[in-house]
Write a protein that binds this ligand. Structure first.
Ligand code: HEM
Length: 219
């Protein structure tokens, strides 16, 4: 069995096609194009309705971010879901890379709106390094998921960078869905509209922890 086949068999990398031989049908480009166009259309509808000022842009940022989350979650927890809940989720897991690349494409519109917000709302100009690191993680992961690049990295370094980047992006979503709204409106006025996202995100973290546990026992 070649190294590429061994790489593609490892549980953590299931869903990320590796090497030209044995590459799953990716169609990543069409996933990315579709995700980007939906994000663009969402932003267009919201800006068209609420205007391109600070308020309209903030609402478009929320809409595009929530679309990004729907794409990010299968990339983040799809493999763990299949491992914990069985092979019926195998198909979702096998498209982990496509969901990850689609998330990266959809996030481009969110980043574009951020730059527009920095243009229309001077008072919003704070470094927001924490969020920009999330953007860096997203596009570094998208780049490194290219077969040739992670062949160069090797399985161990690829796994480490992939896990770190995915967990960091999950943390950015957690800050946006929990910390920022709590800071903005306090615990007694926490908008319940965030709860479904918080529950799904927390579910993803728990699934990943559960998927780890059997392996550790085996080891
Ligand atoms: C991986 C990168 C990023 C992720 C996952 C992300 C996620 C999110 C989420 C989930 C929301 C919606 C919050 C809500 O519904 O209230 C949001 C809104 C927003 N994001 Fe991002 N974001 C990212 C990058 C950035 C960056 C780099 C900036 C700016 C430097 C930024 C600025 C904003 C702003 C201004 C809002 C609107 C906040 C509001 O008024 O409600 N985001 N983002």
């Amino acid at each position: 069995m070649s190294r590429m086949d061994r790489l593609s068999q490892s549980p953590a990398l299931r869903g990320f096609p590796v090497g030209r031989m044995g590459m799953r049908p990716s169609g990543a480009a069409s996933w990315m194009a579709a995700a980007f166009l939906v994000s663009l259309a969402l932003a267009g509808v919201v800006l068209g309705h609420f205007g391109v000022g600070e308020n309209g842009t903030a609402l478009a940022l929320r809409a595009t971010a929530r679309w990004c989350f729907l794409l990010f979650w299968p990339a983040y927890a799809g493999s763990a879901l299949a491992k914990v809940c069985g092979s019926r989720f195998g198909l979702l897991a096998s498209y982990g890379r496509q969901f990850g690349l689609a998330f990266a494409a959809a996030l481009l519109v969110h980043v574009g709106l951020v730059l527009w917000l920095l243009h229309v709302a001077a008072d919003q100009r704070s470094p927001m390094i924490f969020f920009w690191v999330g953007v860096l993680c997203t596009y570094a992961l998208a780049l490194l998921s290219a077969p040739r690049l992670h062949e160069l990295l090797g399985a161990r370094l690829w796994r480490l960078s992939c896990q770190t980047a995915l967990h960091y992006i999950a943390l950015v979503f957690a800050v946006d869905f929990v910390v920022e709204p709590l800071r903005a409106s306090g615990p007694d006025k926490y908008p319940l509209s965030y709860l479904p996202f918080v529950i799904v995100l927390a579910g993803g973290v728990v699934l990943r922890l559960m998927a780890l546990a059997p392996r550790r026992q085996k080891a």
